[in-house]
Design a protein around this ligand. Structure first.
Ligand code: 5AD
Ligand code: SF4
Length: 472
C-alpha cells in the first residue's frame, strides 16, 4: 500500500502490518494455512470493497474458505439499504455464536454500511459480544492495523465515522472474477434521495483521480478482463472536487481508447445528471456496452419531488428518447420503488405507464423500506403492506410481458456474447450475456468460458435467449 496517503500509523505502514499479521498467523492458524471466510451482502460497491479486503488478507498469507466453521477469521460485509438485508445480517451474525464457542481463537468481524449506523453498532456492541472487530465504510485502508492489533491484544475494536475526505490508493485487490470485474471510480453520495440511507453511511462523494482509474483499467484489460464495470453511486457527477475537474464522459473516452477486446460498463447513472454528451460518448465509443442502467424510481412527478430526485418524468423520458435515437440497440434497465410514503394507486399507475412507454429489458424492483434517519422515514405512510404487495405483483406482471417481447424481437439476430459459466440446468449448455446484459444460453464446450462468441439467437424464453454458436 505504498501509494496511500496516510501509510503510517505509529510508525508502521499498512503493508508492514500485513507482514506482521502473516507472522502472527503462523502460530494462530488452526489448519495448514490461515483461512478467512468473507461474506458480502448488498451492492457492487460492497463486492468491490470485499475484493480489497481479500487482497489485504491474501498479502497477509490468508487463503479463503466457503465454510465459516473452518475459518480463523470471519467477516460479514453488510448492507443497510433495506430492512430485509439488515434482518438477514442480524440472523446470520447470531448464528456465528456457536462457531466462536467451538473455536474461541476465531476472530469475528463486521464491516460495511450497517456498521455506520449508530443504533446498529450499539446493538452489535451490547448484544453480540463475540464480535471482536467492527469497522465502517471509510476505514478499509486501516484494516491491516485494526486486524493486527485485534489479533495481538484481543481487545474489541469499533472504528466508524466517515468524515475522512481522503481517497486512499494502493490497497491490494483480489478480484472474485477472472474476466468480469468492478472498478470503483468514486465513493459516497451527495444526493440525499429522501428514502436512501447511503449518503449517511458512505459519506460525501469522493472521486478517484482519472490517471489512477485509467491505469487500473489498463491493468485489468492487460490481464484479460473482458467486462469492466465502473462503479459509483452517481457516476455522472464523477470528478467533483478534483482539480482540474474531469467529467465522466472524458473518463470514459480515455478508457475506451485503450486497445483490446473488452466491454466497458458503468453504474449507477442518476437521471438528473445524465447528459446528451454521455449518450453521444456511448454511441461513438468502441468498447462501451449498449446498456444504460438509469434508475427512475417513480413515474409520478409528485412522488419524484417527495423523493428529492430533482428530475421530472418528462426530463427522464426526453433523455431516454435521445438515447434510443442515438443507440437503436440500447438495452435499458432501471430501479423502481413501490409504495413510497404518500404514494397513491394513481401515482403507481404513472410508474406502470412509464415502464410501458420505455420498455426496459429488465428492472430491479423494490418495495419501499423505512430507513431510520432519512427524511422519508418521517413521512406518513398509510398504504398497507398487503396493498403495496399487490401493486408490486402488478408491476412484475407488466414487466414480464415487456421483457418477453423485447427478447422475442432479438430472435434471428447475431449477438456478441461474453461466455460466463456452465448452465446450472443442463449438461453441455453454457451461459453468457450480451452487451445489453441479456442472458443467452447455447450448447458449447467449457473451454469457451471467458471468451467472446458470436451467437445466433434462435429462441426467446421470457427474459432468457437461446442460441447457437456461429463458428468461423
Ligand atoms: N427502500 C426501498 N428501496 C430502496 N432503494 C434505496 N433505498 C431504498 C429504500 N429505503 C433502492 C433504490 C436504489 C436501489 C439501489 O435500491 O431503487 O436505486
Ligand atoms: Fe441513494 Fe439517491 Fe445516492 Fe442513489 S443517488 S445512493 S438512491 S441517495
Amino acid at each position: 500500500m505504498s501509494q496511500s496517503k496516510r501509510i503510517e500509523k505509529e510508525g508502521i505502514t499498512q503493508s508492514e502490518y500485513l507482514n506482521l499479521i502473516a507472522e502472527l498467523m503462523t502460530i494462530r492458524k488452526r489448519g495448514e494455512v490461515p483461512l478467512a471466510y468473507i461474506r458480502t451482502y448488498g451492492c457492487q460497491q460492497n463486492v468491490a470493497d470485499s475484493e480489497r479486503i481479500k487482497g489485504m488478507l491474501f498479502e497477509a498469507g490468508f487463503s479463503f474458505t466457503d465454510t465459516p466453521d473452518d475459518a480463523d477469521f470471519i467477516l460479514f460485509n453488510t448492507c443497510a439499504v433495506r430492512e430485509h438485508a439488515e434482518d438477514r445480517v442480524f440472523g446470520n451474525v447470531g448464528a456465528l455464536k456457536n462457531i466462536k464457542r467451538k473455536h474461541p481463537s476465531v476472530l469475528i468481524a463486521l464491516c460495511g454500511c450497517m456498521m455506520e449506523q449508530e443504533h446498529v453498532a450499539k446493538r452489535i456492541h451490547d448484544s453480540f459480544p463475540f464480535v471482536g472487530l467492527v469497522f465502517g465504510t471509510n476505514c478499509l485502508h486501516e484494516f491491516p492495523r485494526l486486524l493486527y492489533n485485534n489479533l495481538l491484544y484481543g481487545k474489541r475494536t469499533f472504528l466508524r465515522g466517515n468524515t475522512d475526505e481522503n481517497v486512499y490508493e494502493g490497497i491490494p485487490i483480489k478480484r472474485d472474477g477472472l474476466f468480469k470485474g468492478f472498478l470503483p471510480i468514486m465513493y459516497g453520495c451527495d444526493n440525499f434521495c429522501s428514502y436512501c440511507i447511503v449518503p449517511y453511511v458512505r459519506g460525501r462523494e469522493k472521486s478517484r483521480k482519472p490517471e489512477v482509474v485509467v491505469s487500473e483499467a489498463r491493468e485489468m484489460i492487460e490481464s484479460g478482463y473482458k467486462d469492466i464495470c465502473l462503479l459509483g453511486q452517481n457516476v455522472n457527477s464523477y470528478g467533483k472536487g478534483l482539480e482540474p475537474r474531469p467529467n465522466f464522459s472524458s473518463l470514459l473516452k480515455e478508457i475506451d481508447s485503450i486497445d483490446g477486446d473488452y466491454w466497458l460498463r458503468f453504474m449507477t447513472s442518476h437521471p438528473k445528471d445524465c447528459t446528451k454528451e454521455l449518450i453521444d460518448t456511448i454511441a461513438q465509443s468502441k468498447h462501451i456496452s449498449h446498456h444504460l442502467h438509469l434508475p427512475f424510481q417513480s413515474g409520478s412527478n409528485r412522488i419524484l419531488n417527495l423523493m428529492n430526485r430533482r428530475y421530472t418524468r418528462e426530463k427522464y423520458l426526453d433523455i431516454i428518447k435521445y438515447a434510443k435515437e442515438r443507440i437503436p440497440d440500447l438495452s435499458l434497465t432501471s430501479d423502481i420503488i413501490v409504495g413510497f410514503p404518500g404514494e397513491t394507486y394513481e401515482d403507481f399507475q404513472e410508474t406502470l405507464s412509464l415502464i410501458k412507454e420505455v420498455e426496459f429489458t429488465s428492472l430491479f424492483t423494490f418495495i419501499y423500506s423505512r430507513r431510520k434517519g432519512t427524511p422519508a422515514a418521517e413521512m406518513p405512510d398509510v398504504v398497507s403492506d398487503e396493498e403495496k404487495s399487490k401493486w408490486f405483483q402488478e408491476l412484475l406482471k407488466v414487466q414480464e410481458e415487456i421483457a418477453a417481447k423485447r427478447c422475442a424481437q432479438m430472435v434471428g439476430s447475431v449477438q456478441k456474447v461474453l461466455v460466463e459459466e456452465k448452465s446450472s440446468n443442463k449438461e453441455g449448455v453454457l451461459c453468457g450475456r450480451t452487451s445489453g446484459n441479456i442472458i443467452v444460453e447455447f450448447e458449447g464446450d467449457d473451454s469457451l468460458i471467458g471468451s467472446f462468441e458470436n451467437i445466433k439467437i434462435t429462441k426467446a424464453r421470457n427474459w432468457i435467449l437461446n442460441g447457437e454458436q456461429i463458428k468461423e
